[in-house]
Ligand binder design. Sequence first.
Ligand code: F6P
Length: 531
Amino acid sequence: MHLWKKLATHQAKIKNRSILSLFDETRAAEFSVQADELLFDYSKINLDKTGRDLLLSLAEETGVAARREAMFSGARINETEDRAVLHTALRNLEGSLWVDNEDVMPGIRETLSRMEVFAEIVRSGEFVGQGGPITDVVNIGIGGSDLGPAMATLALAPYHNGPKCHFVSNIDGAQIADTLIQLDPATTLLVIASKTFTTVETMTNAETARLWMTASVADPAAQIVALSSATEKTAEWGIAPERVFGFEDWVGGRYSLWGPIGLSLMLAIGPDQFRELLAGAATMDQHFRATPFEQNMPVMLALTGIWHRQVCGCPTRAILPYDQRLARLPAYLQQLEMESNGKRVAMDGRDLTVPSGPVVWGEPGTNGQHAFYQLIHQGTDIIPAEFIAPRHAHEPDLEHQHHLLLANCLAQSEALMRGRNLSEARQMMADRGLKGGERDRQARHRVFPGNRPSTTLLMPQLTPFTLGQLIALYEHRVFVEGAILGINSFDQWGVELGKELAQDLVPMVAGAESAEGKDGSTQMLLSYLKS
Ligand code: F6P
């Protein structure tokens, strides 16, 4: 029988089984994986050895291992854009890697050292703006040119010892206005981050920022750098080649934090800590490349994803970091996962026969507990939850708060699995003095169905190294899920249509063109906006 069918049959058989009943003395050890000092526990999901074996066979049968090697060795696996996928080369810095008869490693190492030299002169104050050393950096970019550095800069706040970094992404002028108003143009560095250097949001914001700077700085070009693959466009925009940090087309936007797009982060934490981030990611790459599937953390994280989404049919997954500094991780993973695997057509052009990747969403705990966990515990949908927490915080004086945070994280996964049955709820109500029908009615509201799946990823502490591991872990998870589904995780055609239509609509919104030919709803909305 086809493996997807076998999985479906198995799932139908066990779907009402209690997860708690699966626990014997060995389950926790057997349904968890360690990579370096990270621990991934997937024992609190309704997966047994039979299910896991089927998933592992699926990974074998769909050629994950061969595709993984193809990616690492620079084959053009992004077939719809005819590109290699080599973000891993940005962090595995030793040796050679040949793409189209060219060793790409010397170029990668050279760009990294140019970034380091530049970061050092800015951080030391040797590089000056018109008003003196740089105090603030404004990273102007969107999508992969924003989410990675913004997420990582927030995550690594304890390591900041450089200029303050601000991130502007939205075309909404409110964001750039609110950012620039706090800053002195004479001591600000503008970092224009755009792989293509054509993205309308970024180029519009960059122009706004340049005008802001021009009003009070004699030579604004001296305080602007570009991070881009499109060197002819950066030149057209007036940025000198020595102020451009380039990268190749085989670095996808949402995988680009590791190279020039990481410059703002490097300015904040310094080159040494940035190298730690790269080293952490490289460690995860080596683990992913060399470890048998059953002990392979990205593979097992991916298989839990496939189990919940494609086999059990859960439409979403919640990312729940118990670390406030990972507040932007869910947004970062939304792009990484949904732009990569939100596809309904397989590599061969045929429709998928199983659902595409899930909706990814989340917020840090414990904030989420006081907002949407209600639905995760008692709603009618099953939402697989992915908890992430560090053993140690960075605030030794506030250890009691960290203990409370961790206790909450563990309590949530326990509560989701264990639940509270009707007789326990009845007893609770009886203890509060309720009787008969009223006791039963109140009890029903206090029942937790339980048996709700969650996984937990623990790390020693949120450091540049572990953050590198964490991001690479999720990148490879996305890769494995995409390979199993047979889709191209590295293109993003689904973002194009809206961009094209927006261009047509600009003159209509501005009132310079009639809305004739548009549908009735769009015409009505335009007429409201113009009135
Ligand atoms: O519109 C989607 C997208 O192409 C993302 O994939 C990318 O990260 C983002 O836009 C920004 O692109 P660029 O770096 O070329 O400005």
